[in-house]
Design a protein. Sequence first.
Length: 286
Amino acid sequence: MNVAEISQVALALLTQFGLRVLGAIALWIIAQWLIDFGLKLLRRAFRNKHVEPTLVNYIVNIVNVILKIVLIVAILGFFGIETTSFAALLAAAGIAIGAAWSGLLANFAAGAFLIIFRPFMVGDTIQAAGVTGTVEEIGLFTTTINTLDNVKTIIGNNKIFADNIQNFSANPYRRVDLQAQLHHAVDPTDAIRRLKERISQIPHVLNNPAPDVEILEFNLAGPVLAVRPYCHNENYWQVYFDTNKTIRETFGQAGYPIPEQRYMFSGQSPDGTSANTIQRTSLERG
């Protein structure tokens, strides 16, 4: 075979390979457009059915990954590669990757359960895996939470699903728990009456259920009141801080004496007899 024949054969092979490459590129572009179009239709159909957006994103992502894998296998078949062997190789690789990435797959499975059981949704304020904040996204493997101090925190789904989950947005209202220390000379009934009247006037405090103000316990300084107003979750911290201010203002306007904590110290007097000393320390209210 001379040089001219070799050149013709090489040119034919390159032309054939080039056409296959161009065909593969065209196939990828067209198939990718079809996939994107189909995913848009799927998303629109779920939206029309008023399906939870978190669940829609989860399903669309799974379908997208599956279709991409099918597209890659089809392109390999277009180049003449035996896809059955490739499928077996992919399955073996999947087993190996699954063993190596067991934690990642556990996060994937936990994400599926989070979507199915829906202990919380996007926009809810929760406490999970030691993190408290607002849920921004529930992904395939991780959940994104924006904490109360505005820090974006990404947590593995398996860690969330394996831990206790507190959803502060699930119920229509929540309770604010505070305490108010009284001097032992103050009439607790009068203090309770004054606090109930003032706390009910705080913005966003609910009237139903009404705020709870009751005697919680007694200590050496005097009675301790449990002050518990109710509010919607989004108003929690505003009510919390305003209630603290109201406790201090109410007791100050009523002229209540500042509580004192009493400490008893035992010792001996100069003549050798035992003696007790009482030391008083003023306590801050609120």
